[in-house]
Design a protein around this ligand. Structure first.
Ligand SMILES: Nc1ncnc2c1ncn2[C@@H]1O[C@H](COP(=O)(O)OP(=O)(O)OP(=O)(O)O)[C@@H](O)[C@H]1O
Ligand SMILES: [Mg+2]
Length: 247
């Protein structure tokens, strides 16, 4: 059997009395599109934070392509190819769309200094390419802070794609946009992931989006994975219907 792209073994973390990672054993194979569902506070973002090195678990391990990355920094993990986006896009709002992508690329290289010209970090062709993939090619010279929310989300994804990830973890890519806009946003994201052959995990609350775009779903309840399988299986699971979907 091939090595999982991402694997966690017995992850444990509690904030005081609140258990947010309750012995999480998880494995992801290359090519999957995994949706993570769960009510507010279930521990979805915490799981992402642990996998990407932002917080360290009290016990357990994270492996990326078979290598133990549990104690590595977020930057070291991103360099290995596991990149995440945040629930609220982390843009450089005083900079243009194009410069946001260049700053993201420069950050990866470790060459982001006051006197380092940004165009040294990444070629103009690569910047054009990632902006084109997310449909922002025409907005390169606009200030990122002036973009509407849907396009801020897409810029955030362009800033992740420029790092050439193997696994992209998206924390609620469709939050804050209208229901009408969600499908367009997801289609753009999925097309970009397909084009770049990037495996993805995305946190999502909208059941329609989950059933349409995920190949697999994992449902979080109080820090544990309560169900994991195909969208059909997980969305029909009685515990998930009661405690996650709220029926
Ligand atoms: N640094 C922290 N210190 C203390 N408690 C925290 C910390 N980070 C998260 N928590 C708590 O851990 C629990 C899980 O939070 P987490 O952000 O992982 O939930 P989530 O599933 O992503 O929820 P949401 O859907 O609202 O984004 C919550 O009760 C939260 O208040
Ligand atoms: Mg969250």
């Amino acid at each position: 059997m091939s090595t999982p792209l991402l694997q966690t073994k017995d992850l444990q973390l509690a904030f005081g009395a609140v258990v947010v990672a309750d012995h999480i054993d998880f494995s992801l194979t290359e090519g999957e599109r995994l949706a993570v569902i769960g009510q507010n506070g279930a521990g979805k973002t915490t799981f992402i934070n642990i996998c990407t090195g932002l917080i360290h678990p009290q016990a357990g391990k994270v492996f990326f392509e078979g290598h133990d990355v549990t104690a590595l920094s977020p930057r070291a993990i991103a360099l290995r190819g596991m990149v995440r986006s945040f629930q609220l896009p982390q843009l450089f709002t005083e900079h243009t769309v194009r410069d946001c992508v260049r700053i993201a690329a420069a950050g990866k290289r470790g060459g982001l200094g006051l006197w380092t010209p940004l165009d040294k970090a990444v070629s103009a062709e690569v910047v054009d390419h990632v902006l084109e993939m997310v449909g922002l090619a025409a907005r390169g010279n606009e200030m990122s802070g002036a973009l509407p929310e849907g396009q801020r989300k897409l810029l955030d994804i362009a800033m992740a794609l420029v790092l050439k990830p193997r696994l992209l973890i998206l924390d609620e890519p469709t939050s804050g946009v209208s229901t009408d806009e969600k499908h367009g946003l997801m289609k753009t994201i999925m097309a970009a992931l397909d084009a770049e052959k990037v495996t993805a995990i995305f946190v999502e609350h909208d059941v329609d989006i989950v059933s349409q775009y995920a190949t697999r779903v994992a449902a979080w309840i109080a820090g544990r994975i309560a169900a994991d399988g195909t969208p059909q299986q997980v969305l029909a699971d009685p515990e998930v219907r009661k405690n996650v979907i709220g029926e």
